[in-house]
Design a protein around this ligand. Structure first.
Ligand code: GLU
Length: 439
């Protein structure tokens, strides 16, 4: 079945790794089934939503390789929401309430002190037309609650399995505020129906909303989509990510030089029964995707692991995949250094080692050895065999082998104790520079 899915961020900030994971799971679902991915901006909160954040989210989506088939804005659909809410009013499913926040708070406290659940008591349902007229004459404006059926709502969650929520344990939700603005709950249902959404894949913080939204969907005469609620990310310390979300934004990952497919692979495989490994494109992730591979347990997100995955991804990337971003370099340079970087920007370190200014590190006890080695440098042209030709000759002349042979050469040529294979670096450094560093 071709799934029509949606990712519904509020453009009140940039998306972070947790939201991106939701987006990626939806994108995988669409790709796997030959379906469609709808990007829906939940911008009913017009005071906090901005065009700039929306553009930022679009940039993040593109960077993650997600291409929405359709983009929708809730702020453009108020007429439709008014039409539907008027229908629910006419049917008595949406009813006006006049309590102030303080009154509601007082009632909740009173219920709690009597060990009663803090559920809205539906006092407003008992108001007569006259009562309402009086309240409105006092200048009170109603907010509107949806009258729940008060039954056990059931669905087979594609990640969590069979779910049962008794809506008698919930307050009738407010769908429309005093000023006529919409809370998220109703517009989301209307959009899911109107856009033909077949699968709602979202975080488990929405599980209770789902019971309410299924009731609203049915009140509107529609069939509910399939639901899948994934667990939320926690940090390596097992705590929620909320405090660090700024630094975990997709924008900061991009600016920090991570590869999009490292972020995608990590987000897609976290909390699944598959090993987390780098995928160079979506193909393998799509092939292996199944919602039932997602665990119900919180998924641990560790930035160090992401960095490690980024390095692993780079280690196998062909030159073609990076050459546009390394315009000054060559394929031979890339193949030499790709195993020694965590981020693409680290290429600069090795570029400097190859062609920049290096301070050779030559220990006093190696000075004669290095001088001998310098005299044995083979003539150019150099290729991948030159290092072996040279070090065989040095070995024969000095009797050194193993680390005492190689380490002083590495330190003299690069100024460092670690790095890419010298067999690959030497031809890049070239004879002239090698002579200077060894002398
Ligand atoms: N805007 C909502 C959120 O970000 C969307 C939730 C949903 O997917 O229905 O939480």
């Amino acid at each position: 079945m071709a799934a029509i899915v949606r990712f519904a961020p509020s453009p009140t900030g940039r998306i972070h790794i947790g939201n991106a994971r939701t987006a990626i799971l939806n994108w995988l679902m669409a790709q796997k089934t030959g379906g469609q991915f709808v990007l829906r901006y939940d911008d009913t909160d017009t005071a906090r939503s901005t065009q700039e954040y929306a553009e930022g989210i679009a940039t993040d989506m593109a960077w993650l390789g997600i291409r929405p088939a359709r983009v929708e804005w809730q702020s453009k659909r108020f007429a439709r929401y008014d039409e539907v809410s008027n229908r629910l009013r006419a049917e008595g499913r949406l009813y006006p309430c006049y309590e102030t926040a303080e009154e509601l708070d007082y009632r909740r406290k009173r219920q709690q002190s009597r060990n009663l659940p803090p559920i809205y008591d539906r006092a407003a349902l008992k108001l007569t037309g006259e009562d309402r007229a009086k309240l409105e004459a006092q200048g009170r404006k109603p907010h509107w609650r949806f009258r729940l059926d008060g039954r056990v709502v059931e669905w087979n969650d594609l990640i969590r399995g069979p779910q049962h929520i008794d809506t008698r344990t919930l307050s009738d939700p407010v769908l429309v505020r005093e000023d006529g603005s919409y809370l998220y709950t109703l517009p989301s249902v209307i959009d899911d129906i109107d856009f033909g959404i077949t699968h709602v894949i979202r975080g488990e913080d929405h599980v209770v909303n789902t019971a309410v939204q299924i009731e609203i969907t049915e009140a509107l005469g529609a069939g509910a989509p399939a639901y899948a609620h994934h667990s939320l990310l926690v940090g390596a310390d097992g705590k929620g990510l909320s405090k660090r979300l700024g630094s975990l934004s997709i924008a900061s990952m991009r600016e920090g030089g991570l590869e999009p497919m490292a972020v995608v692979s990590h987000a897609a495989l976290l909390g699944t029964s598959d090993n987390i490994h780098p995928c160079a494109d979506y193909t393998e992730l799509v092939d292996g995707f199944a919602l039932d591979k997602l665990s119900r347990a919180p998924a641990r997100f560790d930035e160090q692991e992401l960095l490690h995955l980024n390095a692993k991804l780079l280690h196998h990337l062909p030159w073609d995949a990076v050459k546009d971003r390394l315009p000054a370099d060559s394929e031979a340079f890339w193949l030499a250094i790709r195993g020694n970087i965590e981020k693409l920007s680290d290429a600069a370190t090795w570029r400097a080692v190859v062609s920049g200014k290096v301070t050779p590190a030559i220990d006093a006890e190696d000075a004669d050895f290095i001088a001998t080695a310098r005299g044995l440098l083979p003539p150019e042209p150099w290729d991948a065999t030159s290092w072996k030709v040279w070090t065989e000759a040095v070995k024969a002349a000095t009797g050194r082998k193993g680390k005492p042979l190689f380490m002083p050469l590495r330190k003299a040529l690069t100024g460092l104790e670690h790095g890419p294979e010298l067999a690959q670096l030497l031809p890049l450094i070239g004879r002239q520079t090698a002579l200077e560093r060894l002398g």
